[in-house]
Design a protein around this ligand. Structure first.
Ligand code: EPZ
Length: 417
């Protein structure tokens, strides 16, 4: 297993280009299952999770061809309708094949995703919605076995605006008979990017970007082309990297319009930043002040930025109270940040961060994707050397992280652990 080593304390300087969004590319890859034919996807990020998704789809019969500027996806011949345990356990987003397989083939056998470092992460809302569309769902030997003659449109009210739950039901509804209304739908930009791809395939969807999605099913869809939207969480992570090192960084191809809650909070800390169309300029300024955040479904402050913001607050002046409302265990990074000298106390779903003057480099352990990002950020801001172990977590969601940070002047490299 690799480790990432950082010699911290150096302000970042220069420009960074944001890649395509992992959490848009994953549902859009799954959506290609809805119809036979050749799709072309561009701006697909080169990440471990994307490679896992391609392996899963290849097992189902999908064929991929790398083009000069994109990825050709041939979903003509499906030979299986099963998402096996070994793939789902490494990437729970594999459950996103459930809706498309049921819609295209009338059946699917998908391993129940286990829990993960940040929570139990059940899929009961996905299954409840599919049952309301007429799908027979059985749980057997750790697998969801779903079957239906023809999906029926339904009015679905989600108990919680689940992102992949909304995406699974949205994809299924495109080929259902009649109208489906999904209320309390997730409004994350990645859901909208999926909806735009589905519309390009001929789906009839209204309410994109709102919490009520109205889908009128069609008999069949056609393959389409789509450029994956930029990754707002990657952009927010580089914003935090500039902030924690008091650097001077220009973030290009940033989806500024999807980062308002994050940008507002960084402005509240005193971070000097200027926003243009799809560019964020961060300039060095005085010490940051502690600011409270509470993670919420979009358009609130994203849970996927909570760990990165906490790392930044550990070097701010004053106190920051961080409330995590989305996942029940998303403070796994706290004990590791404390090893670097951060003063953080957790009580229930709140973490109280008291800013310290410095952090000291130390060996730390990554536990999940965004926690490992927060440890890299803290290492950048710390004095001395930090080693982040189990960086396979990072590789799932960040494209060429150490190359992009090195290009910004960071002393960061990868070693065999
Ligand atoms: C998506 O996960 C993202 N993953 C996550 O990003 C992100 O943290 C999360 O949304 C919240 O924004 C992808 O898009 C691939 P949820 P998802 O269903 O869909 C509960 C990253 O770092 N819930 O919105 O799994 C659940 O337990 C990853 O890129 C149910 O109770 O999240 C959780 O508490 C991490 N029953 C809450 O809802 C269900 O059926 C949010 O879950 C579904 C969810």
């Amino acid at each position: 297993m690799d480790k990432i080593v950082i010699a911290g304390g150096k302000p970042l300087k220069g420009e960074v280009m944001i890649s395509g969004a992992k959490n848009a590319a994953l549902p859009i890859l799954a959506a290609t299952l809805l119809t036979p034919g050749l799709h072309v996807l561009t701006n697909v990020p080169n990440l471990a999770d994307i490679r896992t998704a391609k392996k899963l789809l290849a097992n189902l019969g999908v064929q991929f061809t790398d083009l000069a500027d994109g990825l050709q996806v041939d979903s003509t011949g499906l030979v299986s309708w099963e998402a096996p345990y070994d793939l789902v356990k490494t990437m729970r987003a594999a459950v996103l094949v459930l809706g498309p397989l049921v819609a295209r083939l009338g059946k699917a056998r998908v391993s129940l995703p286990g829990g993960c470092a940040i929570g139990a992460r059940p899929i009961n809302l996905h299954l409840k919605g599919l049952e309301e569309m007429g799908v027979r769902v059985a749980l057997a030997h750790g697998y969801v076995e779903a079957s239906v003659k023809r999906l029926e449109g339904a009015e679905i009210i989600l108990d919680f605006p689940t992102v992949t739950g909304t995406e699974n039901l949205l994809m299924a509804a495109t080929l259902a008979r009649g109208r489906t209304i999904i209320r309390n739908a997730a409004q994350e930009p990645e859901v909208s990017d999926l909806a735009k791809f589905l519309r390009a395939m001929g789906a009839r969807i209204e309410g994109i970007g709102t919490d009520v999605l109205i889908i009128d099913g069609v008999r069949e869809l056609q393959p389409a082309s789509h450029r994956i939207m930029p990754d707002r969480i990657e952009a927010g992570t580089y914003l935090a990297a500039a902030a924690i090192t008091r650097g001077e960084v220009t973030i290009r191809q940033a989806p500024v319009e999807h980062l308002t809650a994050v940008i507002d909070k960084f402005l509240e800390t005193g971070l000097k930043l200027k926003v243009e169309k799809d560019t964020i300029h961060v300039r060095p300024g005085g010490a940051l002040v502690g600011v409270d955040i509470k993670t919420m479904p979009y358009p609130g402050f994203p849970t996927d930025m909570q760990a990165q913001f906490m790392a930044t607050m550990s070097l701010a002046r004053g106190v920051s109270i961080i409330t995590e409302t989305i996942f029940e265990k998303r403070f796994m990074h706290v004990s590791e940040l404390r090893r670097l000298g951060a003063d953080i106390v957790v009580s229930g779903n709140q973490a109280v961060v008291r800013g310290t003057k410095t952090l000291q480099g130390a060996p730390v352990m990554a536990t999940d994707l965004r926690a490992s990002a927060s440890l890299v950020l803290a290492g950048l801001g710390a004095q001395g050397q930090t080693e982040v172990h189990r960086v396979y977590h990072l590789d799932r969601g960040y494209e060429r992280l150490e190359q992009k940070l090195s290009a910004l002047g960071a002393n960061i490299w990868r070693e065999k652990a």
